[in-house]
Design a protein around this ligand. Structure first.
Ligand SMILES: Cc1cc2nc3c(=O)[nH]c(=O)nc-3n(C[C@H](O)[C@H](O)[C@H](O)COP(=O)(O)OP(=O)(O)OC[C@H]3O[C@@H](n4cnc5c(N)ncnc54)[C@H](O)[C@@H]3O)c2cc1C
Length: 411
């Protein structure tokens, strides 16, 4: 293939999962030629991003998806969260955050990853400026001063050239490593076991629960009439035996961990496990390449922040590109532009990583005294004026400098 035969784009996106596809959708209305390379189409049985999981979307994420025109397709199948109840098993003290006290109709929404995937891929497929290469894997990368090139496998060995490469390959990103962007991985020695369970007392089905236990946290998210999705974090060495338990034994364990606020647990859905680690890229860009989503920061799911943080990466990068796109000298991979992106994102990355990692460590500390202090802290948090609003603003994705998409303004 000669250089003239290599298709060229403004932006190449490696990875069309939750964050890569969201980013491509954010570019759909800009006058940019975009290529998305994804190893597994959204409806493939082993698609690793749009799988059986559900995602708790922050209020800010819902606004971004709404501005992009994706929310309309998802809303009918999304469950509103109007109350979040945080407690620790066997301790006094709990905290409740409600949408009403924040002056909102919902704190966030729960959506099945497959539903979100279908909506994102529909939009990409309908966008004349977005070209999808899937199934195909981006395996090699090379740069020069004017462009960056990736080689694909799985779709015939093919090369694509771009002014900017956006790496959204997830935490184990090969292109990030190939470009010399170092990343640290810290295993939590835990896995998240996820699935769904029927409950006998769902209330109005709009409450989410986070329960910390000595063995790891449990999150329960409403997903429909009388059904909750669970995310149970347990030590890695227990994972196999927990997955091997029959439904009855697993349900008993879940019930024991959750207590009876939702009544009796009934039928269980399929279970799956995800090893948990903290991944942090040392930098978010190098010449003509930028990392977003889990490729930049892979988090423990305890606070449900991973996709929300990645979507803010996507919305910010799209805005930085949109701001320059009409200039005659526009170059999507220009150093200055990538610096602007990095500067805008750094405090959000730092805060969310520290908050999520801190939460895992806080509730991992053994001992009666630390346990009592946590109980007291939860109770105090519940009554100290302003504390809840401040935390709520952050976890709802409404703190700091908001992108135009998060403010409901198109790019
Ligand atoms: C149990 C669990 C529960 C979670 N719950 C929540 C939640 O409630 N709220 C929330 O905000 N976040 C949650 N998260 C985090 C969220 O799922 C991730 O942050 C999100 O999936 C990251 O998306 P991503 O696109 O960056 O990476 P990924 O989801 O890993 O997607 C990467 C994509 O890139 C593709 N790919 C990889 N390499 C290549 C290549 N070389 N060429 C082509 N394609 C490639 C893959 O096939 C995949 O589609 C949860 C995570 C877990 C594990």
């Amino acid at each position: 293939m000669t250089a003239a035969d290599v298709p060229s784009f403004d932006v190449l996106v490696a990875g069309g999962g939750m964050v890569g596809a969201s980013f491509a959708c954010a570019l759909a209305r800009l006058p940019l030629r975009v290529a998305v390379v994804e190893a597994f189409p959204f409806n493939h049985s082993v698609q690793p991003s749009f799988d059986e999981r559900t995602t708790a979307l922050s209020r800010g994420s819902q606004r971004i998806l709404s501005t992009l025109g994706i929310w309309e397709q998802v809303a009918g199948e999304a469950q509103a969260i109007r109350r979040i109840h945080v407690s620790e098993k066997s301790r006094f003290g709990s905290a409740v955050i409600t949408a009403r006290e924040q002056g909102l109709d919902a704190l966030g929404y729960v959506v099945a990853n497959r539903v979100l995937g279908a909506a994102l891929w529909d939009l990409m497929q309908a966008s004349p400026r977005i070209e999808l290469y899937s199934p195909a894997q981006a395996v090699e990368v090379s740069q020069n001063s004017q462009s960056i090139e990736v080689t694909l496998t799985g779709n015939g060995a093919q090369r694509l050239s771009g002014r900017l490469l956006v790496i959204a390959e997830g935490a184990r990103s090969g292109l990030r490593d190939a470009l010399g962007i170092d990343a640290t991985h810290k295993s939590y020695d835990q896995a998240a076991i996820v699935g769904t369970v029927e409950v006998s007392m769902p209330g109005d089905g709009s409450a989410a629960y986070e329960r910390f236990t000595a063995d790891g946290p449990l999150a329960l998210l409403p997903v429909g009439a009388s059904r909750y999705a669970f995310v149970l974090a347990r030590s890695a060495e227990q994972t196999e035996s927990l997955l091997a338990l029959d439904d009855r034994a697993f349900r008993d364990l879940l019930q024991q961990t959750a207590g009876f606020r939702l009544g009796r647990f009934g039928r269980l859905g399929k279970r799956a496990a995800y090893p948990l680690a903290l991944t942090q890229a040392d930098q978010v860009h190098t010449d003509r390449a930028v990392v977003i989503g889990n490729a930049a920061h892979g988090l423990h799911p305890v606070a449900g922040q991973g996709y929300n943080l990645g979507l803010r990466d996507a919305a910010t990068l799209a805005e930085v590109l949109a701001d320059g796109v009409h200039a005659s000298s526009f170059d999507a991979g220009a150093h200055k532009l990538l610096e602007n992106f990095a500067a805008w994102r750094s405090s959000d990355h730092r805060n969310v990583v520290a908050f999520t990692d801190g939460l895992v460590r806080l509730f991992d500390l053994p001992g009666t005294v630390t346990g009592m202090l946590r109980g007291a802290a939860l109770s105090a948090f519940d009554v100290v004026p302003g504390a809840k609003s401040e935390l709520a603003r952050h976890t709802m994705g409404l703190a700091g400098r908001l992108t135009r998409l998060a403010r409901g303004l198109p790019l």
